[in-house]
Ligand binder design. Sequence first.
Ligand code: ZN
Ligand code: ZN
Ligand code: FE
Length: 760
Amino acid sequence: MERARIRINGIVQGVGFRPFIHRLVSEHGLNGMIRNSSSGVEIELDGERAEIEKLVEEIPQKAPVIAVIRELKTEYGLPCAGYTGFTITESKRESERNTLISPDLCICDDCLRELFTPGDRRWHYPFINCTNCGPRFTIVRDVPYDRKNTSMVKFPMCPDCEREYRDILDRRYHAQPNACHVCGPRVLFYNAEGELCAEGDEAFRRVQDLLAAGGIAAIKGLGGIHLACKADDPRCAVSLRKRKQRDEKPFAVMCRDVESVRRYCELSAEEEAVLTSARRPIVLLKKKREKAEQLRHLSENNMLGVMLPYTPLHYLLFEHTDDMLVMTSANLSETPIISGNEEALERLKGIADGFLLHDRDIVTKCDDSLCAVVEGEISFCRRSRGYVPYPVIFSGLSHSILACGAEQKATACLTKGENAFLCQHIGDLKNAETYRHYLKQIRHFERMFDITPEAVVCDLHPDYLSTEAAEMFSEEESLPLIRVQHHHAHMAACMADNGLSGEVIGLVWDGTGLGEDGTIWGGECLAGGYEGFRRLGSIRPIPLIGGDQAVTEIERIAFALLREAGCGTRNISHAEQYEKLLAGRMACPLSSGMGRLFDGAAAILGIKKVAGYEGQGAVLLEAAADENETGLLPFELKNENGLLLFDWRETVRSLFKAAEDGTDTGIPAARFMNTLMEMAVRQCEAVREQTKLQRVVLSGGCFQNLYILRRLPKKLEKAGFEVYRHRQTACNDEGLALGQAAIAEAGWRNYVSGSAVKTD
Ligand code: ZN
Ligand code: ZN
Ligand code: FE
């Protein structure tokens, strides 16, 4: 007989971990105790070594689904403490501040069964939850994570709920949002005029009738309100687009179940696993060929963003509804998702024909996460609900840093020890409301995770509002401000995401970012690490006629490309105006942004002339590409003063010729992307020659392109490279803040305490 001490770190508090250990210890007939510690839980057990070892082995295998075990350490051979039975020792208040808060998770199987069991005391209760499931991050006002610090505080538990909450062996032991029909939140239906019309089951009937009749409903979920309508009826979607002023961006849908998803989309086993996971993101799936045309009103390309119901409310909604609904975030022109009842009734007036709301407040807005599944692994476009606020763990971090991210897809990252807490999807800071939301989230994260930043990091771009925010924080709190080049941050983000150190080759392809030379970069091949980088490859700069206007009116880019390549421009509208601007080099900043090259190619091929949203040219070019085409277009790689430039003029001439010949766009679109990949491999080979580096990280928004993401890593691997892409964070600007933080940390001595190289 001996005593063992087991220490477990991770998300192990507020997830039913102690009752789980209690059951496990009873099964093994051991004695001991468990208590929460500052970084997790601590268990002590008296017993035979072999029995304890068996138990320890079972912990990760049988742990509650939402628990995350980061570290499990066992010390054996201590003298017996003489425990009798098993006790759960109350935790000390002050230490709880250091623990992690779980993301919101979908309803678990046990709760789902109860939800649909007539006679169960929670039958049809839309807010059923337990320690294994339900709202977390979105209802927390403050730490420690206790009911009194959540929006559940206004619902005192009834005796039955209270009993469950106190019973260590109950599934609802310390489930902070525990509630039932008697004591908990209620669902409410309001009509178009904002009048309360029904509650409970009747509220569901009203909204189901409304949807069946082709109406648009506002539906309050976990992190905000969705606008919903029948998905298979183009008229509904068209009317929603009109009312929401969302002309071209794709709509996400919610399907009743996996069978329903299969009716509309191809679904691999890996995609199914992500789709049905407790995190329930929107997964980009390929439309079934025979359904593609029928679903065009939802998305103009061949992909559809699909999610499954994730709250009991959604499950009840689908009990008597079509098997697929449009579910799009309720917001207006780049403002944050609407989350409050009053706000919804007021601002969605004239948009929604009815409102399915409830009286549990959403404390923190959180949009649905959006991802694709590539080679069995997630590739995020938006990392938000279900993932935030779980940190990215990177051992290269140690100080407390506030990294302010970029502007258009803004997020912030706060670090503490090796934890990097990236906040949820925020949006475009140019919208004043979004900017306020962003500042508020930074404060909220500081408070939740007890972080007092020692330094602030921002992008090199002086005009980003995230830079302005960083300057303000730095000034107010007298903190050093570190400015990091955009593509360096992208590269570092992908490195930190993969836990890399040392030096790598960074292929960073995005739309735009300020370079160290004051021009716009974005088709970069870098070499370096967190401490610094060298720009060794790029693409021939493209004149952006009219600056930012060219980002929307992508025909301007087509014009510039064609002119530089010496091709005719007679098919381009406003050619004379562009000619004048270009000739005078007036308002024509140069950009090496890969995103712009995609835009230009799309416009040359006649796929799109004016983009409805940023990156639309690339999205449609990808959609047009023939998956089986392996051919290339001609191109040149030129060494200009040590910079290996992709000269696209030959490529553009070929695209032009294909467009003139009226070739099906599928072939040239595919060849264009194949060419970029070939160019990338050659650039990397040249850099490897020079630097002996053989690890390549892929970052930047262009790698949301699945045609490229599914092929380029293989091509690089074939050429002998080790390839890394973003796995835990988005490759676009949403992941940027992580890289900024990692760079600040690596240069800490220089930036903060030493010779102040880049400090203001
Ligand atoms: Zn549950
Ligand atoms: Zn109750
Ligand atoms: Fe970027």
